[in-house]
Write a protein that binds this ligand. Structure first.
Ligand SMILES: Nc1nc2c(c(=O)[nH]1)N[C@H]1C(S)=C(S)[C@@H](COP(=O)(O)O)O[C@H]1N2
Ligand SMILES: [Mo]
Length: 201
């Protein structure tokens, strides 16, 4: 005997709006840690964030200077190429628009780099117009070192490997230069809605 209707039985524990879940992804409440190497530890008095490369002049912010810039709280969905998605994640960070304000460049690409040597590339327009942040809080707490603290890039509209943990700067370039996972066969752009997981997708 069953009182469970077919529609109800098929439902997951968490009722999710499937229109928010890109193809091939499943929603998790966990926050998995995915790092290609050990978690780097950099002392905060040595930490800085730089914009270098094809720019009128390089920019640099110490930790204190970065934290004095206006920051925003953002609630976004994140999508990892290993197929988990996490909805409504809450971050605080400085918009890349704020950091790029007044930077004169003819570059069309950026490569973000991190402590530990990780890099990832994307078009410059993908970090502009409210699409990317240097995030230093998650869920109202300082960002865990495992998740990229003190600060990580957050580019939620692309697969999460583009959101470089322990980010220390971006290089603006005229030519597109594949980063760490991009040169190991991950898709160069990585749009989860077009399921651009691997080169050729
Ligand atoms: N510096 C650095 N950033 C990184 C990675 C990494 O290995 N090193 N892994 C990427 C990948 S593949 C994913 S899915 C996310 C994982 O972030 P999380 O560990 O906070 O879930 O970080 C991305 N940023
Ligand atoms: Mo990933």
């Amino acid at each position: 005997m069953s009182f469970v209707s077919r529609g109800f039985r098929g439902r997951r524990r968490e009722d999710v709006d499937s229109s928010r879940v890109p193809p091939g992804q499943y929603v998790t409440g966990d926050f998995p840690v995915l790092s290609a190497g050990p978690t780097p530890r950099t002392s905060m008095d040595k930490w800085d964030f730089s914009i270098v490369g094809e720019v009128d002049e390089p920019r640099r912010w110490t930790w204190k200077e970065l934290r004095e810039l206006p920051s925003e709280e953002v609630t976004v969905d994140i999508h990892c190429v290993t197929k988990w998605s996490k909805l409504d994640t809450v971050w605080r960070g400085v918009s890349l628009d704020t950091l790029l304000d007044g930077v004169e460049t003819s570059a069309e690409y950026v490569t973000a780099w991190s402590d530990g040597g990780y890099t990832t590339n994307m078009p410059l327009q993908d970090v502009r117009d409210g699409k990317a942040w240097i995030a230093f809080e998650f869920d109202d707490e300082p960002l865990d070192p495992e998740h990229g603290g003190p600060a990580r890039l957050l580019v939620p509209h692309l697969y999460f490997w583009k959101s470089a943990k322990w980010v220390r700067g971006i290089e603006l370039t005229l030519e597109d230069e594949p980063g760490f996972w991009e040169s190991y066969g991950y898709h160069n752009y990585g749009d989860p809605w077009r399921e651009q997981r691997y080169g050729g997708d």
